[in-house]
Write a protein that binds this ligand. Structure first.
Ligand SMILES: C[S@@+](CC[C@H](N)C(=O)[O-])C[C@H]1O[C@@H](n2cnc3c(N)ncnc32)[C@H](O)[C@@H]1O
Length: 192
């Protein structure tokens, strides 16, 4: 994780993937914020599951999850060349290439399904569900990492989730007592 932090703080900043002002808070606001969802007894990800990270950007949360959970197989979906190039380099440098792949694509153009589909800072929930639910296998779950507008976004998505095949949404907080604020996640199961 320290190697990934160093990569983000150097190459990531030089290439404009991470703002320079984020560097002092890389661990608290980005790395630990993502890690707490995957690491720990409350994690909704069962051992060995497949994970897609939609709009992975500089690798958040997908690369962090792969680092803290060596059992996961992770697909990073990112359409922008500059970001996909950085992700490929990071995966190779961190020695993750045997279980982390980079797909340079828009989520809506990917025709595969995964046990878990995640996204962080990509789109508001109604739009996000149109991209992530089709990528989730029936019985799988979308884990949308969200900020303070979470309740509002869940309300906005209520009308369309049934048509997409999604079940009841729940909001869960991870890292309580570890980070402040804890990480807020909307869990959306695909039921049909
Ligand atoms: C604000 S960045 C967030 C990056 C990262 N998840 C994070 O938390 O730092 C949003 C990312 O979503 C990607 N994106 C936008 N539309 C997308 C789509 N339709 N499918 C996949 N990725 C998309 C962008 O290229 C960008 O890298």
């Amino acid at each position: 994780m320290q190697e990934f932090a160093d990569l983000l703080a150097t190459t990531g900043v030089e290439r404009g993937l991470i703002g320079p002002r984020e560097v002092p808070r890389l661990w608290s606001r980005h790395l630990v914020n993502c890690a707490v969802v995957a690491d720990g007894p409350d994690s909704p990800m069962v051992p060995g599951c497949t994970v897609a990270d939609v709009g992975s950007g500089a690798g958040l949360p997908g690369v962090v999850w792969a680092l803290v959970r060596p059992d996961l197989r992770v697909t990073l979906i990112e359409p922008l060349l500059r970001r996909a190039t950085f992700l490929n380099e990071a995966v190779n440098e961190l020695g993750l290439h045997d279980r982390v792949e980079v797909l340079r694509a828009r989520a809506e153009d990917v025709e595969r399904s995964f046990d878990v589909v995640t996204a962080r800072a990509v789109a508001r929930l109604p739009q996000l569900l149109t991209w992530t639910i089709p990528l989730t296998r029936v019985g799988g779950v979308v884990l949308a990492l969200k900020g303070s507008s979470v309740a509002e976004e869940v309300a906005e998505a209520q009308g369309s989730r049934g048509l997409l095949g999604a079940g009841d949404m729940t909001i869960q907080h991870f890292g309580v007592g570890t980070i402040e604020p804890p990480t807020t996640v909307v869990l959306v199961p695909r039921v049909r």
